[in-house]
Design a protein around this ligand. Sequence first.
Ligand code: ADP
Ligand code: GLC
Length: 488
Amino acid sequence: MSKPLKILMVSAEAAPLAKVGGLGDAVYGLSKALAGLGHRVKVALPVYGNILKDARPLKQKAGSVPVEMGRHSMPVDFLETELEKGIKALLVRHDPLFDRQGIYADQFGLFGDNPLRFILFSKSIPALAKAFDFEPDVIIANDWHTGLVCARLNLGDLPKTASIFVIHNIGYTGIVLPENIEALGVPDFFLTSDLMEFYGSPSLLKAGIAFCDALVTVSPTHAREIQTPEYGAGLDGFVRHHQSKLSGILNGVDFSLWNPADDKLIAATYKPGKMAGKAICKKALVAQTGLAQAAQKAPLAGMVTRLVTQKGIDLLLERIESIMASGLHLVVLGSGLAHYEDALKGLVARFAGQLAFVKGYNETLARQIIAGADIFLMPSLYEPCGLTQMYALKYGTLPVARRTGGLADTIRDTAGTAGPDTGFLFDHYSAHAFAGAVDRAVETFGRPDSWNMMIKAAMTGADEFSWEKSALAYQKVIEQMRAAPGKG
Ligand code: ADP
Ligand code: GLC
């Protein structure tokens, strides 16, 4: 093992305290795995409303600290709690900005002051490190919310700390409003297009890319993709410019949480060679979501997703008629853009008994769908890594997905030319190509021998997605970064 390091993960989300999507799972999984390698890992998070209400003991550090935000300052308090046994969460509290129902949004939509909220969070980090006497060797900053941390390190905050910036989602660039520019506290030359400026405004994501010592995105394929105009969200040239510090490291699965052999939240447990429980899970799912009895024998697909353009919801909606005509039954769980929610609600009435839609965020139902379905749909426009397809593979639920990002790196579809495949991939982002892959899945479902062979390959193959493997790759990046002049 390399020398134990002090590592501070800085993130807007970390499960189980704060999770909207995969970012929360990824920060949690990586923190635990790095701690497992012997490092001292702590996780910095804002104190959202739900964390305050949670029964966990919260220990407060004495005294507020003023954080300079342009001409004003904002007082923050620091609290400590446990994210997981042995991993401390160090919390930044400023109730006017963080004590709200949601993390980024409430029922009325995205919070308009999100950039300001995460500028404050990022600028609190050096004071937080001092308050807890935890000056990290490495900060791992995640997504646009924390890009400013990397910029501030270049201004002399925490001089011994090197930074890794992880891009989980390049589609969110963290544009700073004109009235918040002063609060950034960076010199004017940072606000040029060589560094932070993106189409006329500062971008916090660009700050992370520009100023980090090492740049990571969450799969090898996506590391190549973000250097292309198709996937670079306007930043492909900038990423190419910083290519020498970029690597792609696949996320992992926390098998202590995601394992059909001992999952307490599903109707029955199962594992390769002992699959009777999966049929019980399917039966329970059909009953619970009000699908017709026929769904029990039919191929049953599931989706658990944020309802946003990234996830390819448009492809599903465009081809829903022919997909339903193929005999597929479908359960969708998700929330997000109102027009997708409305469209799905409307379709439930049309395809009663064959299509179920549950609006909302529900971790128990998410597992029950992943366990009970036969097929898992992920027709993503882009997918930096994707965790749900890895969960689905582990639960023997075969993905139909687009060959992009982490989906391409985790699902094997060789059209049967190289051993058993684990899913059904399509290339072109079109409803036609998606429907073609669904048809292949439905056709294969009708051949139980082939289907069962694929399930076995998926379930056993999924064991390779361990967080330990990812943590070792991050450790290697840290070693290389610290070996570079001036970073040790
Ligand atoms: P992304 O981070 O882009 O949303 P991922 O596949 O990486 O996609 O991770 C999504 C995570 O969020 C998974 O743990 C998934 O189970 C969870 N999730 C997404 N939508 C819901 C929902 N409506 N209810 C419960 N869990 C959800
Ligand atoms: C983002 C991406 C998703 C990835 C997750 C965790 O939300 O959309 O693909 O799995 O982050 O890294």
